[in-house]
Design a protein around this ligand. Structure first.
Ligand SMILES: Cc1ncc(COP(=O)(O)O)c(C=O)c1O
Length: 377
């Protein structure tokens, strides 16, 4: 019997518009970073989030620049949501500061605000909250906590372009927020990132630091005379190319449709997997809209995740873990145990979630999960 086509965990949505945009940017003569397409993308993100934006190479670079903007370094401690891709913790290490991981809520998997409050000590300079798998953290209480202690709040919004919290767009409620345009995110340019902040000076400083600490070549082109840049601060080459910006601009235009498609898939999974034994379904927290970057099932402790994964793969359904328990990664050295995050790391199983899934795909995933769980419980 023919093996059915594999349903990928994730797949970007591209079409003629992206191809047209690529042709245009290649013909335009400007394909490096911080060019006209980058500017247009920044304006479009600023409109989406209601705060100024700068385009950068990826979300990790955005997080690094965000933290550099608070002048942190060795001796400083930053509270970091534990259940996340390790880019979050790495960005703190890049500055020389120390990440102190904080456990997450068992329902939304976002940083536990009470645990964060309890972890604040004399060396704490800020908090990096993560919009876990596309759902905003408790940005209201976190902002209040940060303000009360005079520390910063950075939102790792890698997975949450288009999410909302209390009706406000993700990216608008922290001192700085960082988005990812990586291939597995809701909109993508292959790789890419965006830093946004209500403080325009913070954004401009990040812009310079993303371009070796100087004004971009494109901006200098427009100046009178022949201005020669002076390298005062240690900057980085974290620019997003205009080729990527051109693709990202088209993708941003597609955002409402792509989000709606993911939300339809999520609604179908939530309805049709509700009665499957051995599995808990994701919960959307109060007053927020999810982007469903990932749809993760939480398997009961008695269920073998490896066996379920093998069975699903054998029928052409790709799966993966949810994300990582940072405190369990050796790069960060010995850490206190964080049981909620550790449990999610061990028991999450991500199933296909993207905007190209058809009803037939969803039927196949639902049937395959039901069958695999029936055998494993
Ligand atoms: C929560 C989180 N933060 C940061 C990153 C890093 O994003 P990028 O690949 O754009 O650097 C990711 C990527 O998966 C992520 O999920």
């Amino acid at each position: 019997m023919d093996q059915p086509e594999t349903i990928p965990l994730s797949r970007p949505t591209f079409g003629e518009e992206e191809l047209d945009a690529l042709r245009e940017v290649l013909d335009s003569g400007w394909v490096a970073g911080q060019g006209p397409r980058g500017r247009l993308l920044e304006e479009a993100f600023a409109e989406l989030c209601g705060v100024p934006a700068v385009a950068v190479a990826n979300c990790t670079a955005a997080l690094h620049l965000a933290l550099l903007g608070f002048d942190i370094g060795p001796g400083d401690e930053v509270l970091v949501a534990d259940y996340t891709y390790p880019a979050t913790g790495h960005s703190v290490l890049y500055t020389g500061a120390t990440p102190r991981f904080v456990d997450v809520r068992p329902d939304t998997w976002t940083i536990d605000v009470d645990a964060a409050a309890a972890a604040i000590g004399p060396r704490t300079v800020g908090i990096v909250a993560v919009d876990t798998l596309g759902q905003c953290a408790d940005l209201g209480p976190l902002g209040e906590l940060a303000a009360r202690h005079g520390i910063f709040l950075v939102e790792d919004a890698a997975c949450s372009v288009g999410a909302t919290y209390r009706g406000q767009p993700s990216g608008s409620l922290a001192d700085v927020a960082c988005f990812s345009l990586h291939a597995r995110k809701g909109i993508t340019s292959g790789e890419g990132g965006m830093l946004v902040s209500p403080d325009p000076e913070r954004v401009e400083r990040a812009r310079r630091l993303s371009c070796f600490g100087v004004e971009s070549a494109h901006a200098r082109q427009a100046a009178d005379g022949l201005p020669v840049p002076v390298f005062e601060a240690l900057g980085y080459n974290y620019k997003l190319s205009d080729i990527q910006a051109a693709v990202a601009l088209v993708q941003l235009g597609r955002l409402p449709d792509l989000l709606a498609a993911r939300r339809r898939v999520a609604a179908a999974y939530l309805e049709r997997l509700a009665d499957v034994p051995g599995v808990r379904l994701p919960v959307v927290g109060e007053e927020r809209d999810h982007t469903w970057q990932t749809f993760a099932l939480t398997l009961d402790p008695g269920v073998s995740r490896g066996a379920v994964a093998t069975e699903l793969r054998s029928v052409g359904v790709q799966v993966n873990i949810g994300t990582f328990a940072s405190h369990r990664q050796p790069v960060y050295g010995p850490q206190e145990p964080l049981p909620v995050s550790a449990g999610l790391f061990e028991r999450h199983l991500a199933v296909p979630m993207h905007a190209n899934l058809t009803e037939t795909d969803v039927d196949r995933v639902v049937d395959a999960v039901r069958t695999a769980l029936a055998r494993s419980v």
